[in-house]
Write a protein that binds this ligand. Structure first.
Ligand SMILES: C[S@@+](CC[C@H](N)C(=O)[O-])C[C@H]1O[C@@H](n2cnc3c(N)ncnc32)[C@H](O)[C@@H]1O
Length: 295
């Protein structure tokens, strides 16, 4: 159990003192992003942005604020709840997204998928139709809709609870009118329709890795993470079904684990897709594979 943030009688705690104490505490519990997490949680409690903490380092924190902060620190350190779930939001593509335990917390790696999609959708072109399979919080669909103002997005997910969050995020980010949300397995909800682009960040963690994963992942939905023993079940099902819902010369772009890139590229080529390309993330690891349906 976490000891409470120490509070000797009569002591006034400043922002800097609280951050220093919490950073040491998180470090002692093996949390790698200790200082960042401490700042995010304190900024949330004080309802300011992180920069403000630096300006106000010497400002006192009231007992009421400290009590609220102490509870968040306890849940972060003891239950290993991710900061995004404790504060209820996460920034992705410089946009705010509501997150709950029903959705995957959007990851920076997934911005590579958005960048790939934008390259495939010329700016100022006619209104493209884009399908985001496994939309979760709606992060990918909403980011694309925000960048391509004529595009129409359909987000699907097996989880109705996730789709409710996606809808809220689209509305909050001002793109709700060009997004629709449909529940179901893979392409089932859009059978018989055609799209210019399919994007997906499907579950792709291998079951065999489950025991090695960070404890924080236990707070995200299983269905958002795992896809069979090798993690490729959903990826391969997407590839196998994509041609039926793509327009002629339409594109597909999928996110994956770097170890899966070669297998996915081979499967796309084997399914008759052209222009198979691998895109790397900011750490130079293969992260997205895209390809074009032949005519
Ligand atoms: C890795 S999360 C991605 C969420 C979001 N697109 C993002 O990038 O942050 C995968 C999502 O796929 C959904 N999913 C899993 N299996 C599915 C299936 N067979 N059909 C549709 N959606 C599925 C999960 O519910 C989850 O929301």
């Amino acid at each position: 159990m976490t000891e409470a943030v120490p509070a000797p009688a009569g002591k006034t705690w400043t922002i800097l003192e609280l951050l220093r104490w919490t950073t040491g505490h998180f470090e002692s519990r093996g949390i790698e992003t200790a200082r960042l997490d401490a700042e995010c949680l304190l900024a949330h409690v004080l309802a300011v942005d992180r920069l403000r903490l630096y300006v106000d380092f010497e400002a006192p924190v009231s007992p009421k604020e400290r009590a609220a902060y102490r509870e968040l620190v306890r849940r972060r350190a003891d239950a290993r709840i991710p900061v995004a779930l404790l504060v209820g939001s996460k920034e992705f593509w410089s946009l705010p997204f509501k997150v709950t335990p029903d959705v995957l917390i959007p990851r920076p790696d997934t911005e590579t998928l958005v960048a790939a999609a934008l390259d495939l959708l010329p700016d100022g072109g006619p209104g493209a139709t884009v399908l985001d399979v496994g939309t979760g919080s709606g992060a990918v669909a909403v980011a694309i809709a925000a960048e391509r103002r004529t595009a129409h997005l359909v987000g699907t997910d097996i989880s109705q609870a996730a789709l409710e969050i996606a809808r809220e995020n689209a509305d909050e980010n001002g793109v709700g009118e060009r997004c629709t949300w449909e529940q179901g397995d893979l392409f089932d909800p859009v059978a018989g329709r055609r799209f210019d682009l399919i994007v997906s960040n499907p579950p792709y963690v291998a079951e065999k890795q489950r025991s090695e994963l960070a404890p924080e992942l236990a707070h995200e939905p299983n269905a958002a993470l795992f896809a069979g023993e090798e993690g490729t079940e959903v990826l391969y099902a997407l590839i196998d079904g994509a041609a039926a819902v793509l327009s002629p010369r339409g594109w597909i772009a999928v996110e994956l684990d770097p170890s899966q890139a070669d297998g996915v590229a081979r499967r796309l080529a084997g399914a008759g897709f052209r222009d198979v390309a691998v895109r790397r993330d900011l750490t130079q690891r293969p992260r997205v594979v895209s390809a074009r349906r032949e005519d």
